[in-house]
Design a protein around this ligand. Sequence first.
Ligand SMILES: Cc1ncc(COP(=O)(O)O)c(C=O)c1O
Length: 476
Amino acid sequence: MGAMLPKGVPAEEVFREISSFTGNDVDWRTGKVMTGLYDPGAEAHAVAVEAYTRFLPHNALYVNMYPSIGKMEKEIVASVAELLRADDEVVGNITSGGTESIMMAVKTARDWAKINRPAVTAPEMVLPVSAHPAFLKAAHYYNLKVVQTAIELKEYRADLASFEKALSANTIIAVGSAPNFSHGSIDPISEMAKIAADRGILFHVDGCVGGIYMSVMRRMGFELPAFDFSVPGVTSISADLHKYGYAPKNSSVILYRNRDLRKYAWFVCSSTTEYVVINSTTQSSRTGGPIAAAWAILRFMGEEGFQDIVRRSQTATEKLLAGIAKIEGIWVLGKPDMCMFTIASEQFNVFEIDDEMGQRGWQLIPQFACGGSPENLHVSLSQANVPHVDQFISDLTEVVNHLRENGPSVDLEEMKRVVDAAKTKSADEAMFEIIPVIGLTGMDLPERMAALNTVLNLFPAKLRDEMLTMFFNMTS
Ligand SMILES: Cc1ncc(COP(=O)(O)O)c(C=O)c1O
């Protein structure tokens, strides 16, 4: 049945029905969701919700009709720019999230290059393999060639030699992360930006996940390498409000070094019978809710509030890292710079650890092997997780002991045999081959994902992407 009925039903009925859908949803209030959730706590949440709903009807496209939205946007951009040590030349806008900020940075670079690098006919983007998929998406949409470069496998940062070697006469934009999502480590931004600048290449810093948080860390005296506009050669930075800015989704900031660069972000059109469109983002009509909520969060928490969160989160992260170091057979990859890291193992199947932790209520993110990084489980700690870190360590210890005592439930050798036979086939044939071993009985994903993740991890990325496309196209 669809949502629309011939005749409407009372509001109580609507909400009773909606509530009945949520039985299988993860409960975000448990403090055990360790990814994709940035809960600022009940009081701040209520402030954000109130601000969001007040500005929900406002269309942020029409800043002439709603100057309040324009004012809040300017003030948020100024605050984030200040955190990122911008000078007065830096300008920016609010987007719906990291992906949109990154799309804007890439589109701007492409259009900048058309005018400023006319010799480039086939533009390229160079980025470490640890840079977020949003860049590959932007390249796909805006028709840039992607050149992925290596990461070093000690601290999981961009490998400078590989980066430098990949730059060509066609490179128009290069990227570093501060930090990358997967391992929580900052790339050598100063060195990369210099290498790019020396060749006239724009350099974007992806501070989506950590730009705000690590700027607060820096201001508190934590030692971090420079990753912001204080670095010569950095031409744009993305920093999400809706991650460690603790604002509700959807809000992010894209900052450009100056108006000469931002000029290429705009899309203006007055050549149709319609109203004039003037956009600095990919979205046009959009609610003012996220902008108002982000403004309210910044105002309500103040720097003191953010510092308190950072202090508690970093203490909790150290406790987690120390606790994990005591568990035999698992370890943390590299040298995370903030409250994000990944757990790997050679003795145990991390996807089984994930399932077992899931049974105990924990939500982590499985990541596949790539670029020399082994398959792992990602943890993004937020302030809501802080009171639960002892429980996390105790559950993780129990899970590892359980796997040690009971052995694996996924037969890795069999999975390898199945994948070896399937990986030379087309996506639909390969899919057919793996269905019997991954516990897929219908159109829904299995409750235990270890077999499926183990199999997917063994496939080459290209075929894996095709299979996932097919699956989700069939089932959604
Ligand atoms: C480093 C980094 N960049 C970009 C993104 C994409 O952000 P969004 O999911 O808001 O589009 C993420 C998301 O986790 C991220 O961690």
